[in-house]
Design a protein around this ligand. Sequence first.
Ligand SMILES: [Mn+2]
Length: 426
Amino acid sequence: MKVQKEQISDYNKKDLESHNENFDFLANKLSKQGHNVSDIVTKLAKFQVAIPSWALGAGGTRFGRFSFYGEPSNLEQKIEDVGILHSLTQTAGAISLHIPWDIPSDYNAIKEKASALNIKFDSVNSNTFQDQKDALETYKYGSLSNVSKAVREQAIQHNLDVINIGDKLGSKSLTVWLADGSCFPGQNNFQTAFQNTQNSLIDIYKGLPSDWSMLIEYKPYEPNFYSTVIQDWGASLMLANGCGDKAYTLVDLGHHLPNSNIEQIVSILQLKGKLGGFHFNDSKYGDDDLTVGSIKPYALFLIFNELVYGMQNNPQNPDLAWMIDASHNVKDPLEDLIQSLEAIQEAYAKAMLIDQSALKAAQLDNDVVKCQEILQEAYRTDVRPLLEKARLNGGGVLSPIDAYRTLNIREGLIKERGKNTVATGL
Ligand SMILES: [Mn+2]
């Protein structure tokens, strides 16, 4: 299924006039404050977020899973779904694959399909948190950190295979997230587990093509509940430094203990040139995988403040790999992703409105009240007309959720694929 250009331009007609009024009003106001509005709109249009292949079907919990019907059942259909998101929002121009769930059977056909929909292949993800059919060794007690050399070698080889698959598609980075850890005190020797992981990562790092990077993700708990080998940004940074210049830390918003100051982590990693990627989601309690911006939109804005600052002041970092990493239990996955994409763009736009020179001056004066006022002035601005303009310029729709429903996209997918399809990998 593909959204046609005529469908989009027909849909936009009804709201075009009010969009123009709202945009002109806001652009006028922002210009008077000294902002370069067209530059902001251009930056919004350029900001592309990868959709992970596993977020396109209904997720689930250990208690159950409820389908939304018409889910993509193979890689071609997953790319089609991202194509739908991208044609509406103009923000989802990349897909992040998970191996072995998404191994292409015909590389050229997959590349052609993605390129026709303007979709790039972002970072590839390896999977050593579950055993594959016919695997010789088990990851039950860890993968890259395992006490068994044979298990570690199997996990290293899998990561090298993933690099090879990603390379054929045009990906430029490998994301490693480990479930390794322990459930009970005494189960693991922390130092041995860490050292094994470092050595395994170095072996994988040696297999990176010269223009690739390796992104090391961290997580404090789950599925192991006493210790995780790469539990925080410090552990990730040590491992990245132990590998070399092409290894970076990846920050996933959901992978922190409650009330962690994520914006500060982001800031310092950028200062050190070691922030390589970012996974968006939101949470109330832990790794909840909720829609971006649905619980703590101000925290997201503060994170974007640091990201914008870093993008301007820390050229030592690579172009970041942006990805949504969420799971959908009660919402249509595509609607949820649209909401996430909008929340990301909104936070980014607001962060670009922060008057950085006034903020610096207020900081030098130790004017705490003024500092807060400057941040909140930007945060309180309704930037949605800027997002609309960026989408419109790229050929997208003014109101993505409304368009998705008006164009009966889920109904179309169910008609095309049937009710009982299940997205692979979940
Ligand atoms: Mn993640």
